[in-house]
Write a protein that binds this ligand. Structure first.
Ligand code: URA
Length: 433
């Protein structure tokens, strides 16, 4: 087999065989094929796309490149969730204790964030002492006893994706539905849970610009799930404005805790209920959406969901007192209220622009080795479609330094305030299974 023939075949829009896909994935992962040829092939895939069969074979080839988690020692159905990423997305922190308090099992491997704000691990590490490393045995034991553990990746899962994603990043070949779908699903399948709930986001702070594109990606991932006989479902959700009010690591932990106390933002709670309902149905713990939502609201009401989070944090070495008294979480030196410059209805709060502003305060990292500051970030006071009067606070900035003129100008540029009222776009566009 020749890599040149494979590139030529895809360039002309033909379907690659399983053997050809295995050949290029293993050849690249094992350093037998050079970056320049794989770059050319990735570009051909971007331009010509892949059939569902090719995408499933690509996922299998990537999955087979490394180890897989074996969760068979966990009693009960294990449920995983994945978000394609967004600004203020602290869903795992609140959703997983909610579903676990209802009886689900979550053995979660999460990642760090690159770009605007931290990933789930960075957010959890805002809690003093929280340990994201654990032996496999301790991880499985904790899921069996508590129902929940969230750790960083310990095994060598999907090395093919690490290499291919790094190459895609520098060759303008990230934006391709089969490449994104196989990349995400190979990692999710390697984590070994019985069910997967995907939150595929669209909008200004997301990978996919429109609900239609997000749906296309979700359908490609569901097709992969079917190929592997996994129960995979997906929400398509709006990420034009940030999720909830808080952006920034400790601030998001605080908001997740408030949500588990029944005092969280409406949109964030709705996302947790929507996702949680699907997860409970996947775990066969609820027969329909009405029952599932009632169960989820009950564990917020009776404090069991918050207790799950506190217990997980304590078992993983974290200071759960910081969650009981959230003022003990890392605090920034300054909190600065930013007033609206005009009266009107908020038409836009550009999610990505605010994410980048939070990153400039230190809440996110550009390179994996950069440090992030857990204390800094932005807390919105108003959301899209809200009415605001000139001088009213739009947001409070948690920062270690005074805000520059440029930062403030970029902050105001992220908002569009108009005289006409608008209605709120529904947070969840569609649920597919
Ligand atoms: N996230 C991933 O894990 N892979 C992609 O290709 C895109 C987003």
């Amino acid at each position: 087999m020749q890599i040149l023939d494979i590139i030529e075949k895809k360039k002309q829009g033909f379907e690659l065989s399983k053997e050809e896909i295995d050949y290029f994935v293993s050849g690249y992962t094992e350093n037998r094929l050079p970056d320049y040829q794989i770059s050319a092939l990735l570009m051909a895939i971007c331009l010509q796309s892949m059939t569902a069969r090719e995408t499933a074979d690509l996922t299998a080839a990537m999955l087979n490149s490394g180890e897989r988690m074996d969760l068979s020692k966990i009693q009960g159905i294990t449920c995983d969730k994945h978000s394609t990423g967004g600004v203020g997305d602290k869903t795992t922190l609140a959703l997983t204790p909610m579903v676990v308090a209802c009886g689900a099992r979550v053995a979660k491997m999460s990642g760090r964030g690159l770009g605007h704000t931290g990933g789930t691990l960075d957010k959890l590490e805002a809690i003093k002492g929280f340990n994201v490393q654990m032996s496999e045995e301790a991880f499985l034991n904790q899921v069996n006893t508590l129902g929940l553990a969230i750790i960083g990746q310990s095994k060598n899962l999907v090395p093919a994706d690490k290499k291919l994603y790094a190459l895609r990043d520098v060759t303008a070949t990230v934006q391709s539905i089969p490449l994104i779908a196989s990349s995400i699903m190979s990692k999710k399948l390697a984590c070994g849970s019985d069910t997967i709930l995907l939150d595929v986001k669209y909008g200004k702070g997301a990978f996919m610009p429109t609900p239609q594109k997000a749906l296309e990606l979700a359908e490609a991932m569901l097709d992969i799930g079917k190929h592997f006989h996994k129960d995979v479902r997906a929400l398509i959700s709006n990420m034009n404005e940030p999720l909830g009010f808080a952006i920034g690591n400790a601030l998001e932990v605080k908001e997740a805790v408030e949500t588990l106390k029944g005092k969280g933002p409406k949109d964030f709670l709705e996302l947790c209920l929507c996702a949680g309902s699907q997860m409970l149905q996947q775990a066969k713990l609820a027969k329909d959406d009405t029952t599932a939502r009632a169960m989820l609201l009950e564990v917020i009401e009776n404090g069991k969901a918050l207790d799950k989070l506190l217990d997980m944090v304590a078992l993983q070495g974290g200071d759960s007192n910081q969650l009981k008294h959230v003022e003990l979480l890392p605090q920034a030196a300054y909190t600065i209220d930013i007033p609206a410059k005009q009266t009107g209805y908020i038409h836009e709060i550009h999610a990505l622009a605010l994410g980048k502003l939070a990153m400039r305060l230190g809440a996110g990292r550009i390179r994996l080795e950069d440090n992030i500051d857990p204390a800094v970030g932005i807390v919105l006071h108003k959301k899209c479609a809200d009415y605001v009067c000139e001088g009213e606070t739009l947001a409070t900035i948690h920062t270690q330094k005074k805000l520059s003129k440029e930062w403030l100008a970029d902050f105001y540029a992220a908002y569009s305030i108009q005289s006409t009222a608008i209605s709120k776009t529904p947070l969840v566009y569609k649920i597919i299974m």
